[in-house]
Design a protein. Structure first.
Length: 199
């Protein structure tokens, strides 16, 4: 016994009844186009409506099993390159680990210092890629005034850590420089029990 079929208005062929979605407004209770045509027609209609708004709709990528397309970088990567996300339908994050890391760096710069990666890169280029203080180490750490929040420059790890240890106090930094230059900061005995500290 042959299964019942219906003529599809979209692809103009006979399709099994199971190939049509239900539609209670139709006499036979089924949509006039088969599921496949509705899918293609719906996607095309959506693409056309978005194009009318001036938006670009990406075409569906052919992604192999065990892989996912990252909409951020446009690369198809294996599931190992994605963080887990229990709330997502596929159980994976919306972008790959590499893009997530880049977003994290950019977000940190914006939140902490109020600058973009491009602004930081311009500062590094203006410093010829080296630390402003020692002029030897690679400029990698954004330095800012802890009182005002104003970004001062990009330093190497050592110089940035040193400023932090000196608590950004110019008087202490000057004394440290004098000490390194050979001025021992010992108090001078002026009288019995009276010492003069270096100015």
């Amino acid at each position: 016994m042959s299964e019942a079929v219906k003529f599809c208005r979209g692809c103009r062929r006979d399709v099994l009844l199971t190939g049509f979605a239900r539609d209670s407004n139709r006499g036979d209770g089924l949509q006039p186009r088969c599921r496949e045509c509705v899918s293609v027609y719906g996607a095309e209609r959506y693409r056309m409506s978005q194009a009318a708004k001036g938006k670009v709709v990406r075409s569906k990528a052919d992604v192999p099993v065990g892989h996912k397309l990252c909409r951020q970088c446009g690369e198809i990567k294996p599931h190992d390159d994605w963080h887990r996300n229990a709330t997502a339908s596929d159980g994976l994050a919306t972008c790959c680990k590499t893009c997530k890391k880049a977003q994290g760096r950019a977000g940190h710069l914006k939140r902490q210092y109020g600058i973009t990666e491009a602004e930081r890169d311009r500062m590094i280029a203006a410093q010829s890629g080296v630390c402003v203080i020692c002029q030897e180490g690679p400029a990698e750490h954004v330095d800012h005034d802890h009182q005002t929040g104003k970004v001062r420059g990009v330093l190497c790890f050592s110089c940035n850590a040193a400023l932090g240890q000196f608590k950004d106090r110019p008087d202490v930094i000057r004394r440290a420089a004098a000490y390194v230059e050979g001025n021992l900061w010992n108090p001078t005995l002026v009288a019995q029990g009276v010492y003069r500290l270096p100015s």
